[in-house]
Design a protein around this ligand. Structure first.
Ligand SMILES: Nc1ncnc2c1ncn2[C@@H]1O[C@H](COP(=O)(O)OP(=O)(O)O)[C@@H](O)[C@H]1O
Ligand SMILES: [Mg+2]
Length: 381
């Protein structure tokens, strides 16, 4: 059963109400004695109501029909009035014409508004269609991308493993023949050790990347976290003749992160910075927080990144180093994504050498959607 509200808004009910109003006004006007001037005046002005209503609800055509209908019904009263008070009757005709014009104008405006609403609705429908199509395309693309990425990953891993394996089997072959000199044997053993370590490092990093575990969030003190990482990186820094300097706000708020993962992130960034700076330089680790974010920057004095490489540094297996795995930044990007943060890198402009890598993590854990990075980009100045 239709509700009272829907009955009220049905066009048939509205049209009937307007017609009833017009007829009632005409009947009352006819029944009111001619000398009751005030009452006549009021009834007369009330005609404004059906004209405007018709215009607003049914457009200018509706207003015109109502005006004609009312005029026909009012003719007998007007004619009677014309004989008793011609001036007053003329006034009434002029007023009725003005009311009619107002009703028609309201109708034209209402028509225009309805047309615009229809256009907006049509556009909205079209947009919804485009959006659904786009989403389907994106899903498809993601699927294809995942498949290609898996294939690429497998191919790259195979390629990375082949070199150390070739060295190992070469060295093992020489040892197996048993004719090598002492020096050769030592060299072979050295190759076996070095290359198996390299394979081990490659596989550890690869597993970190390919099977990232979900972060275990716990309240963490940022300053002690950074201090711990800097202490860890100190050995490598000394080896590369690089000084590590910390520039941190004296107070940093606690943040919920997976401390081990964030340590791994910072260690990867600092080691990259140290390796890039190599030989009498400085790596600065800056950190501060804002209302909703904690950020850390690792700034080095290395030779920077070539413009053509900037877009590839986060790709797995992209490396420019002889003994690099190219997985460090890929792991970093994964962890930051799982923390709902951002990582960016930029050149240190203004005549300074080197790069700055910056990570930002939100304090509010609700902003963290696992696996969805807020942003991950490399910026060249
Ligand atoms: N601070 C830096 N300065 C210059 N180049 C960098 C820096 N950090 C990373 N890179 C570049 O990005 C590449 C990928 O880094 P990463 O993923 O850590 O792998 P790896 O260190 O094993 O090469 C590096 O080989 C290097 O070319
Ligand atoms: Mg690295």
């Amino acid at each position: 059963m239709p509700s009272a509200r829907s009955r009220l808004s049905s066009p048939r009910f509205q049209a009937t109400s307007i017609a009833v109003l017009v007829v009632a006004l005409a009947v009352f006007t006819w029944m009111t004695p001619p000398h009751a001037v005030v009452l006549h005046n009021i009834l007369h002005h009330l005609n404004f109501l059906p004209f405007m209503l018709a215009g607003m609800l049914f457009g200018w055509r509706g207003a015109l029909k109502t005006v004609v209908f009312a005029a026909v019904l009012q003719i007998p009263s007007l004619e009677r009035h014309w004989h008793s008070a011609p001036l007053d009757a003329q006034d009434q005709v002029v007023e009725l014409s003005i009311f009619s014009a107002a009703g028609l104008i309201a109708g034209v405006l209402a028509d225009r508004e309805r047309l615009q609403r229809k256009r907006v609705e049509a556009t909205q429908l079209e947009m919804e269609g485009v959006y659904t199509e786009l989403r389907a395309n994106i899903q498809q693309m993601k699927k294809t991308e995942r498949l290609t990425a898996a294939g690429q990953l497998a191919a790259s891993l195979a390629h990375e493993i082949r070199n150390p394996l070739a060295s190992i089997s070469g060295a093992a072959g020489i040892l197996a023949r048993g004719q090598a000199t002492l020096a050769n044997r030592e060299e072979c053993l050295d190759i076996l050790m070095r290359e198996s370590q390299r394979l081990n490092k490659l596989l550890t990093n690869f597993l970190d990347f390919a099977r990232p575990r979900l972060p275990r969030f716990q309240k963490t003190e940022p300053i002690s976290l950074i201090n711990a990482v800097v202490a860890l990186a100190q050995h490598s820094a000394v080896g590369h003749q690089v000084t590590l300097r910390e520039e941190m706000s004296s107070r940093l708020r606690e943040i919920e992160v997976d401390a081990e993962q964030i340590k791994q992130v910072l260690l990867n960034l600092i080691l990259n910075a140290v390796q890039a700076t190599e030989g009498a330089g400085m790596v600065v680790i800056r950190s501060a927080d804002s209302q909703d974010r904690w950020w850390v920057e690792v700034c080095d004095e290395g030779s920077g990144i070539l413009p053509e490489d900037v877009d590839r540094i986060f790709d797995p297996f992209f490396t420019t180093k002889d003994n690099g795995t190219g997985l460090g930044l890929a792991v970093v990007a994964n962890i930051i994504a799982q923390h709902g943060g951002e990582i960016r890198c930029r050149e240190n402009g203004e005549g300074q050498r080197g790069m700055t890598f910056r990570i930002e993590l939100p304090f509010d854990r609700s902003q963290r959607v696992a696996g969805k990075p807020l942003r991950r980009e490399a910026v060249t100045l």
